[in-house]
Each structure stands twice: as structure tokens, then as C-alpha cells.
Design a binder for this molecule. Structure first.
Ligand code: PMV
Length: 334
């Protein structure tokens, strides 16, 4: 049996994190500079039927049968095997590697799930299509944090800029509805600097804290979420119109709203300030917050794209001087 490998990119949320959990729209884009890889190979020398999972970064090298049901790699593996109706999978080793920083808002968990589901389903002879991969990756996300919107697995599975609204579970008669997913047309490319505070911040904890605060004062939080939703709609128009510099003020507005829902932190705020002082047109935290990453918008007048862009280099240097442990420059295109 040949080896099968699959990759999945990282992602950043441009606008709408947290509010998306409460039904507001959000925009997210893949980040191709970092990625997760899953490789499935026939388990030569393994006992018959043994599925082994190796993830060196997690210090994991364990038979599937010894992993708990809520371990995300085990869950992705079991869900894939069940979905394909394979009763006796052949002995194999699933090896996971990733250059996506963990717990930093870059979608490492979802990317690992997507890569694993793709590689394993191909190895088992039935490569799943994007929709099926996305559905299974969403199931795994639910184990990570109880109420995910599904935006991470979706943008990573389709590897395209997306406009996303979460679905409501249940059938239509009971008020359920599927997630709304639209490909975002990026009429003019724009460049972002992504900077990592180095503070590990699991999404589940941030989402849980927001839920507790929302339960205590629904009216106030619903108001903030709908203001975030309006920012998202404006940002979508700006991106589709091809005037990306207009995203700057909207990023600043979205960051201020995220501060009000208490998911920023002094380190993120310091990076946002440093980026603006270095010429970024706007900046905000990205993802779960309370650590992890922020994004800064590079003026589009700077002619080159990507890492060669001198304005991006200046902003990245300023972010490092302000304490970022890692920076990444990415150009968003359709
Ligand atoms: O995985 P992160 O840290 O980028 O956060 C996901 C975005 C949230 O809106 C905070 C949660 C969700 O499920 O949408």
C-alpha cells in the first residue's frame, strides 16, 4: 500500500471572531506560509489492525486504541474510519507534523484534522470530498471547544478567503439551518503582517469566558456582537470593491469592540499600537485573543507584495521590537 500525504494551511480571521459564535458573519483567509501535514503509511511490523498515531510535537506515539475519545487526533481518526464504514482498518501509522504555531489563533487544530482526514480517507481507498472533510473536522472542533462556529475548519478545508455565518444545529422544522459559506472575491490583493504575542491562549477558554460574560449581560454583549457584524459587512464590501486600504479603520473598530468584550490583553494592545505607529493602516487581534496573534494592514501603495514589501518589513520589525516572538507576512488574494 502506498503512503498518502495531505496538507492543510493555517488561517487568520480578518473580522468577526467571537461574534461569529453568536450568529454574526465573519471573514477569514488561509495562510499558506504555514501548514499541517498528515502522512499515512502501511504499518509494516505493527500487529494486525493496529493504527498508530505519531505526533512528535505533542510527544505522542501511541496506538489509537490507547487514546481517549476526546483526544483530537484520535477523534479525527475514528470519525474518518466510521464515516467510511471500515470495520477492520489495515495496520498503519499516521504521522502528523505542522509548522502552524499551537494555540495562537492560526487554526493549528483544524488544519491537523483536515490534513489527517484527507490523508487517511485516501489511504483507506475513499478520498472524502471537501464537504465531508469539513463536516468531520467540525465534529473534532466541537471536542476542542463546545461551541465552535465552524469558521476555522471551513476556511482551512476550502483554502480560500471566505465569508461565513455559522449554522444552527437541527432540522429545518426545528429552526435548524446550514452554515452560510461564500467565497470572498478579493478584487485587489492586500498584505498583512501577522505577529504572535507568544502567549498561548486556547480558544476554548476565551470562548468560554465570553459566554459567561454574555450570560451575565446579554443585551450589552448582543449589541457589541451586532456592531462587529456591521464592521464585517463593511469590510466585505471594501474587499470586493478592491479598495483594501479602507480595511484599516474597520480593523481598528473591530479591535476596539474586541477590547470591550474583554478578549484583548496588554500584549496584544501593545502590538496593535506598535503596528499603527510603524505605518500600518489598521490592526487588530485575530482569533480567540487573550494572547495568540494579531494582524496589521500594510498600505497598498507599497508596490511589492509579500515578504519583499518594504513597508511590511518596517511594520514587522516594529512588531518584533514591541515583543512579538514571530512575524509572518502574507498577501491575501482570491
Ligand atoms: O481558533 P481561533 O483562536 O482563531 O478562534 C476561532 C474564532 C472564534 O470566533 C473565537 C471561535 C469560533 O469558533 O468561531
Amino acid at each position: 500500500m502506498p503512503d498518502y500525504s495531505a496538507y492543510a494551511p493555517g488561517k487568520v480571521i480578518l473580522f468577526g471572531e467571537h461574534a461569529v459564535v453568536y450568529g454574526q458573519p465573519a471573514l477569514a483567509v488561509p495562510v499558506q506560509q504555514v501548514r499541517a501535514r498528515a502522512q499515512v503509511s502501511a504499518g509494516l511490523g505493527l500487529p494486525s489492525g493496529m493504527v498508530r498515531i505519531d505526533a512528535p510535537a505533542l510527544n505522542l506515539s501511541t496506538p489509537l486504541a490507547d487514546l481517549p475519545a476526546d483526544q483530537p487526533l484520535a477523534a479525527a481518526t475514528r470519525l474518518t474510519i466510521d464515516r467510511l464504514g471500515v470495520l477492520h482498518p489495515p495496520a498503519c501509522t499516521i504521522r502528523i507534523t505542522s509548522t502552524i504555531p499551537l494555540a495562537a489563533g492560526l487554526g493549528s487544530g483544524a488544519a491537523v484534522s483536515v490534513a489527517l482526514i484527507r490523508a487517511l480517507s485516501a489511504f483507506l481507498g475513499h478520498p472524502l470530498d471537501n464537504q465531508a472533510v469539513n463536516d468531520l473536522a467540525f465534529e473534532v472542533e466541537r471536542l476542542h471547544h463546545g461551541t465552535p462556529s465552524g469558521i476555522d475548519n471551513t476556511v482551512i478545508t476550502y483554502a480560500k478567503p471566505v465569508y461565513f455565518e455559522k449554522g444552527i444545529p437541527g432540522d429545518a422544522a426545528a429552526g435548524g439551518q446550514p452554515a452560510r459559506l461564500e467565497t470572498l472575491h478579493v478584487a485587489a490583493p492586500f498584505t498583512l503582517v501577522i505577529a504572535d504575542t507568544g502567549i498561548s491562549s486556547p480558544t476554548a477558554a476565551a470562548v468560554g469566558a465570553v459566554r459567561t460574560a454574555w450570560q451575565a449581560d446579554r443585551e450589552h454583549y448582543d449589541g457589541l456582537f451586532s456592531q462587529i457584524g456591521e464592521t464585517v459587512q463593511s469590510a466585505r464590501m471594501v474587499i470586493e470593491r478592491g479598495t483594501p486600504d479602507g480595511l484599516g479603520p474597520l480593523m481598528n473598530t473591530n479591535h476596539a469592540l474586541l477590547q470591550q468584550i474583554a478578549v484583548s490583553c496588554p500584549e496584544l494592545d501593545a502590538l496593535v499600537d506598535a503596528a499603527l505607529a510603524a505605518g500600518a493602516l489598521g490592526a487588530k487581534l485575530s482569533g480567540g485573543g487573550r494572547g495568540g496573534n494579531m494582524i496589521a494592514l500594510v498600505p497598498s501603495a507599497s508596490e511589492q507584495t509579500g515578504a519583499q514589501n518594504p513597508a511590511a518589513g518596517r511594520i514587522a520589525a516594529a512588531l518584533q521590537a514591541a515583543g512579538a516572538v514571530n512575524t509572518l507576512v502574507t498577501t491575501v488574494t482570491s
